[in-house]
Design a binder for this molecule. Structure first.
Ligand SMILES: [Zn+2]
Length: 395
């Protein structure tokens, strides 16, 4: 067993990273290390395991055995406590220039305990924004072009097109693919001991996204929320129903977003308190209040983003529902994503037409675009559900 076993369905990428980390190791002892690169861009659709690949690579770089998975270096990277490995994400919708400046400053210092300093930037597609005059990406350019000797940058993004060209051209690209339903099912059963039937459902519903599939299995709330989304289309009998559905959808997204960040935020508050000695001596240490205040602001931003991500995920589930309806209406011989709702989907398919289903799909897609990156405005959802209820009348 090595850490690379975690890269499900990514044999090519795993091999490339293995060779690179072996060469990285030889570089440290004066070897040539031709296959090692200091700036990487990992691209792959959501669920392809970009974050896992980045963490595995960091483990392999720090581990004296190239990623054994059991030594102290491997364990600390996995636990997120390794002092030389930072895995960062934008606190708000985008990275700020200040965030990136801080990372660049960090990148110039030598590793403390490990062999390399590794900075993983999740969501590198959020390094620029139309509204910003001075883009965070610009701050990064020189740092990734001429990194400090023991520095490795790993940027992660859904696709190459999502990353600004000047950043893209300075990185070595590693492509990841979405694992198949069978591969995800296999991992859920064999690695996490999931019930085989539930594993198949989880793999299908999460469409190859291992992280989501795992949450579907371990968290009854996630299954409950999925059920709510599946019941939405048949609950829109009147306009009042649509308004209520929008309110429910919105508050579910809020709850789900809160669930996503709760543990992490509590941990971060504890860390700040501990670092200022608050609690142990029963006095408010100087600076602690400000640090906690700053943290609180960052948490608010992150919670807002978690909420909009949760709303988007629910919209994707709704999209999968209408995709199933359309497949039935077309008589296409493909598996249903929501197979356990086959009866309901059949009924929906036989009481509408492909044209109507297409309009519903368009409406969901438009809503996703409108809501992308923003908090969830109730009005947009109300209009969506009114359209889903009667796509012909609204047009
Ligand atoms: Zn190890």
């Amino acid at each position: 067993m090595t850490v690379f076993d975690e890269l499900v369905g990514q044999e090519m990428a795993a091999h490339e990273l293995q060779v690179a980390s072996a060469d990285a190791s030889s570089l440290l002892t004066g070897g040539a290390g031709p296959s090692m690169t200091h700036a990487w861009l990992f691209v792959g659709p959501p669920g392809s395991g970009r974050s896992i690949a980045a963490r595995v690579f960091a483990q392999a770089l720090q581990c004296p055995d190239g990623g054994c998975g059991t030594c102290a270096q491997c364990r600390d990277v996995r636990a997120g406590t390794h002092p030389d490995v930072s895995i960062v994400e934008p606190a708000g919708v985008h990275y700020s220039v200040a965030d990136v400046r801080e990372l660049v400053a960090q990148s110039s210092s030598s590793p403390i305990r490990g062999r390399w300093r590794v900075i993983v930037l999740e969501d590198a597609d959020r390094l620029e924004s139309q509204q910003m005059d001075w883009k965070p990406a610009n701050v990064l350019l020189k740092a990734i072009e001429e990194p400090a000797p023991h520095m490795v940058w790993v940027l992660c993004a859904p696709s190459l097109q999502d990353v600004i060209a000047t950043v893209r051209s300075r990185c070595r690209v590693l492509s990841l693919r979405t694992p198949s339903i069978a591969e995800v099912t296999d991992v859920l059963v064999n690695k996490y001991g999931a019930d085989p039937d539930l594993a198949v459902t989880a793999a299908r519903v999460s469409q190859g996204h291992i992280g989501r599939a795992r949450r579907f299995i371990t968290d009854p709330e996630v299954r409950e929320r999925h059920r709510e989304v599946m019941e939405l289309p048949t609950s829109l009998a009147s306009l009042t129903d649509c308004l209520e559905a929008a309110a429910r959808f919105d508050s579910t997204a809020e709850d789900s977003g809160k669930d996503q960040v709760r543990e992490r935020h509590a941990q971060e508050r504890d860390d700040v308190r501990a670092s200022y000695g608050v609690g142990s001596r029963g006095i408010e240490a100087r600076g602690a209040a400000k640090a906690l205040g700053d943290l609180e602001k960052m948490h608010k931003k992150r919670a807002r983003r978690a909420r909009s991500d949760a709303a988007d995920l629910a919209l994707l589930e709704l999209l999968a529902y209408y995709r199933d309806v359309l497949m039935l209406q077309w008589g296409a011989d493909v598996g249903l994503i929501n197979d356990e709702y086959a009866d309901q989907l059949q009924h929906e398919a036989s009481t509408s037409t492909p044209e109507v289903t297409m309009r519903r799909i368009e409406a969901v897609l438009e809503t996703r675009a409108t809501l992308s990156g923003n908090a969830v405005p109730r009005l947009v959802l109300e209009s969506l559900f009114a359209t889903l209820r009667d796509p012909v009348a609204v047009r």
